[in-house]
Design a protein around this ligand. Structure first.
Ligand SMILES: N[C@@H](CCC(=O)N[C@@H](CS)C(=O)NCC(=O)O)C(=O)O
Length: 212
């Protein structure tokens, strides 16, 4: 049995969406954020030492880190869906996006959020952070081009993993310069599986964090 520990308006929306796309049976436990700090509640630490979300229990194993969770769920339960053939060039691209989202692309976006909290004290960091955000979004925009999806033009786990990068970029205002990425995000939002996930887990509202 799968059990998703879902923090509202967070990266775990991706895993909820994945489970909905696959039509798997799962239990959903929803955790609110702290009203003042937006941090996760301490209960999550009882499930995994980091106390972050997403966390997915799969037959007693606790899985953490969204790219790894997507990979594991698709290998164990996907029956070949949402994954390119393992010996194809598309598979290499798929693995790239699974790692790239959290390994590289999120860093300047998260730094932007923290910088915003510093007010004037953070101003010296702004040019470098903004140029890195543009650098990453330019890369993703160029890689997508006029295609519908990132890997071989078929919807895959890589699109699910990359979606949160675009949600964070949109919330910061940085997505506006990239019309193909706005259209891509809207295409992802139009999927019935995405909409079911939002209905079950609540909307993503990053509240304009890191807006500049
Ligand atoms: N790279 C990790 C990041 C996990 C993470 O930082 N999750 C955030 C939600 S978006 C969280 O739990 N934040 C609450 C906190 O740190 O207290 C992943 O992709 O799973």
């Amino acid at each position: 049995m799968l059990k998703l520990h879902h923090l509202v308006s967070s990266r775990s929306q991706r895993i909820l969406w994945l489970l909905e796309e696959l039509g798997l049976d799962y239990e959903l436990v929803i955790y609110p954020r702290d009203a003042k700090t937006s941090f996760a509640p301490p209960e999550l630490k009882a499930i995994h030492p980091l106390g972050k979300s997403p966390l997915l229990e799969d037959d007693g194993r606790v899985l953490a880190e969204s790219g790894a969770i997507i990979d594991t769920v698709l290998r164990r339960h996907g029956q070949g869906r949402l994954t390119p053939p393992p010996d194809s060039a598309e598979y290499d691209a798929y693995v790239h996006w699974l790692h790239y989202a959290e390994g590289s692309a999120m860093l300047p976006l998260v730094l932007g959020v923290y910088m915003g909290r510093l007010g004037e004290a953070g101003a010296p960091l702004e040019p470098r952070i903004s140029s890195e955000v543009r650098n990453h979004l330019g890369y993703i925009s160029g890689a997508l081009g006029q295609r519908d999806y990132l890997v071989g033009n078929n919807f895959s786990g890589a699109d699910i993993q990359m979606s949160f990068v675009l949600e964070a970029a949109r919330s910061s205002g940085a997505l506006e310069a990239f019309p193909n990425l706005i259209a891509y995000l809207e295409r992802l939002h139009a999927r019935p599986g995405y909409q079911r996930a939002i209905q079950r887990g609540g909307p993503i509202n990053l509240g304009g964090q890191g807006k500049r």
